[in-house]
Design a protein around this ligand. Structure first.
Ligand code: AMP
Length: 477
C-alpha cells in the first residue's frame, strides 16, 4: 500500500493510514494477496460513520434498507447477464508473464508496466468468483454440477431485483419506491494494484429506485435540487459547470429522475467533506457502459495520485433487470398502474465506499509547519472523524489524572468515542490526535480543580477556549 508514485513521491496519506491503524493489506503475515485490505480500529470507525450517514441520507428519501445474501446460485447471474457480459479483456506480457486489464493506459500498443516487455491479447475474463453450494456428487453429471454452482455477488443490486415482488407488495403495490443495501461485493479483478481503488472484495452502498418510465420526467422533489451546480463532462461536448435543472432541460442528463439522483449523490459526497472542486460527473461513452445500462454518469474524484477516478456510478438501468428475470423465469413482473401494466424502470446510484474512504483520506490530509515541527492533520468533518475527542491531564500528577479520567468517563457515558492520553508532552499528544483527525482535545489543569473548567482545543484552528465541564458535550459538535 505504501509506495511511491511515478515522480518518486512518497504516498504520505497511505503511510499515515497504515501507521495509525486505519487499514492494511489483508493476510499481511502470510505475505498478503493483491486486492484485499482489512480495516483497522480507526478505519472501521471511519467506515461505519460514512455508512451511517449514507443510511440516514437515503432514509430521508423514504427508502428502506434490506440485506440479501452475498452468494447466489448460477441461475441468478445467468439471467442478469453477468455470466455472459461481466468480463474484462486482458493482455499478457511476453517477457515477465504479468497479466493486465486493458484500459486507457495499458493495451496491446503499450509496453508492460512491470518490465517494459511487449503486451499481447490474452482473452477475456469473467470477474465473478465461483464457488460450490453444498456437497453434491456431480462428477459427470453436468446438470447437477450447474445446479450447485454459485457465485459471490459482483453487486448488491441483484438481491434487490430478485425480491422485487415482495418489495412491491411491501410498498402496497405502488410505484415509485426505493430500496437500499450496503454490503460486500466481490470482483476477481485482473490487475488490482491501486490500494483501495481496485479491490477484489469491497463494500458497495446501492440504491435501486423503481419508477414508471412514463414518470421519469417528473420527479416530485426535483425543485429541491434543480439549482445545484455541478461540473459535468457529457459524452459529447465540453466539460462545463451547470445546474442539474439546466442539464436535464437541455437533454444532457436524460430525465428528471436521473438528474435528481445525480444531484443527491453530489450533495452526499459534499456533506461528508469531499471538496466540490474535486468532484465531477462524467457521462459514460456508449461502449463503456455496463451491459444493463441505458445511461450512466460517474461521480469522479480528482486524486492527486491517480487523476480523475470513479467513486460512484449513477445508472439508468431501464427495465433491463426485471425484464431479464421475468423472461428467464417466465413470470410477469409488471406492475398495474392507472394506464395499464408496465415494467418498472430502475435508477441506480451505486457508491463504492472504499474509494470514498480513499478520496476522503487523500483530500483531508494536510501538512503545515508549526514552529520547528511539521504538523500532519486529517481534516475530517467532525461527524465522520473516528474519535470525537481526546482527554489529557496537563501534567502527570495524580490529582489531574483522576479528574481527567472522570471527564473521560463522563464523555464515554454520553456515547462519545473518546480517548485518554497521558504519555509524552502535550504538544506530542495534540499531534497524535491531529494525525487521525480528532476534532477536539480537552485538557485538565490546576484551574480545572479550582473552577471546574477545562480547555478545549479545536484541531484546524488550534484555538483554545475554556469551557465548564458540564458544558463540554455542547461544544463537541
Ligand atoms: P460499478 O457497478 O462498476 O459502477 O461500480 C460501482 C462503484 O463501485 C464504483 O463507482 C466504484 O466506486 C466501486 N468499485 C467498482 N469496482 C471496484 C473495485 N474493484 N474496488 C473498489 N471499488 C470498486
Amino acid at each position: 500500500m505504501v509506495g511511491t508514485d511515478k515522480e518518486g513521491r512518497k504516498d504520505e496519506t497511505a503511510e499515515l493510514a497504515l501507521r495509525r491503524g486505519f487499514m492494511w493489506q489483508a493476510f499481511e503475515i502470510y505475505g498478503g494477496a493483491a486486492g484485499f485490505y482489512d480495516y483497522g480500529p480507526l478505519g472501521a470507525l471511519l467506515k461505519r460513520r460514512i455508512e451511517d450517514k449514507w443510511r440516514y441520507f437515503y432514509r430521508r428519501e423514504g427508502f428502506y434498507e434490506i440485506e440479501t445474501t452475498t452468494i447466489a446460485p448460477r441461475a441468478i447471474f445467468e439471467s442478469s447477464g453477468h455470466l455472459e457480459s461481466f468480463i474484462d479483456p486482458s493482455v499478457v506480457c511476453n517477457r515477465c508473464k504479468s497479466v493486465f486489464r486493458v484500459d486507457e493506459t495499458v493495451n496491446v500498443n503499450t509496453k508492460c508496466p512491470e518490465c517494459g516487455g511487449e503486451l499481447e491479447p490474452s482473452g477475456e475474463f469473467n470477474l465473478m468468483f465461483q464457488t460450490r453450494i453444498g456437497v453434491s456428487k456431480s462428477e459427470g453429471d453436468e446438470q447437477a454440477a450447474r445446479k450447485s454452482e454459485g457465485y459471490l455477488r459482483p453487486e448488491t443490486a441483484q438481491g434487490i431485483f430478485i425480491n422485487f415482488q415482495r418489495l412491491l407488495k411491501f410498498n402496497r403495490d405502488k410505484l415509485p419506491f426505493g430500496i437500499i443495501q450496503i454490503g460486500k461485493a466481490y470482483r476477481n479483478e485482473i490487475s488490482p494494484r491501486k490500494s483501495l481503488i481496485r479491490l477484489r472484495e469491497f463494500t458497495l452502498a446501492e440504491v435501486e429506485v423503481f419508477v414508471d418510465a412514463a414518470e421519469k420526467n417528473s420527479h416530485p422533489r426535483f425543485d429541491e435540487v434543480k439549482d445545484r451546480k455541478l461540473r459535468i463532462v457529457p459524452r459529447e461536448g465540453e466539460a462545463e459547470e451547470t445546474s442539474v435543472g439546466e442539464a436535464v432541460s437541455r437533454g444532457i442528463i436524460a430525465n428528471e429522475y436521473l438528474g435528481y439522483h445525480v444531484a443527491r449523490v453530489a450533495e452526499f459526497l459534499e456533506s461528508i467533506g469531499l471538496p466540490r472542486a474535486k468532484l465531477q460527473f462524467r457521462q459514460h461513452l456508449r461502449d463503456e457502459m455496463a451491459h444493463y445500462a441505458t445511461d450512466c454518469w460517474d461521480a469522479e474524484f480528482l486524486s492527486e495520485r491517480y487523476g480523475w477516478m470513479e467513486i460512484v456510478g449513477v445508472a439508468d438501468r431501464g427495465d433491463y433487470d426485471l425484464s431479464a428475470h421475468a423472461s428467464s423465469l417466465n413470470i410477469d413482473l409488471r406492475v398495474r398502474t392507472e394506464s395499464g401494466k408496465i415494467m418498472p424502470h430502475v435508477i441506480e446510484p451505486s457508491f463504492g465506499i472504499d474509494r470514498i474512504i480513499y478520496a476522503l483520506l487523500e483530500s483531508a490530509f494536510y501538512e503545515e509547519q508549526v514552529g520547528k515541527e511539521k504538523r500532519k492533520v486529517l481534516r475530517f468533518k467532525s461527524e465522520i472523524a473516528p474519535l470525537k475527542a481526546a482527554v489529557f491531564p496537563l501534567l502527570n500528577r495524580d490529582e489531574l489524572k483522576s479528574k481527567a479520567r472522570e471527564v473521560f468517563q463522563q464523555l464515554r457515558d454520553a456515547s462519545f468515542f473518546v480517548e485518554y492520553d497521558n504519555s509524552g508532552s502535550i504538544g506530542k499528544r495534540y499531534r497524535r490526535q491531529d494525525e487521525i483527525g480528532t476534532p477536539y482535545c480537552i485538557t485538565i489543569d490546576y484551574e480545572t480543580l479550582e473552577d471546574g473548567t477545562v480547555t478545549v482545543r479545536e484541531r484546524d484552528t488550534m484555538k483554545q477556549v475554556r469551557v465548564p465541564i458540564a458544558e463540554i458535550e455542547e461544544v463537541l459538535v
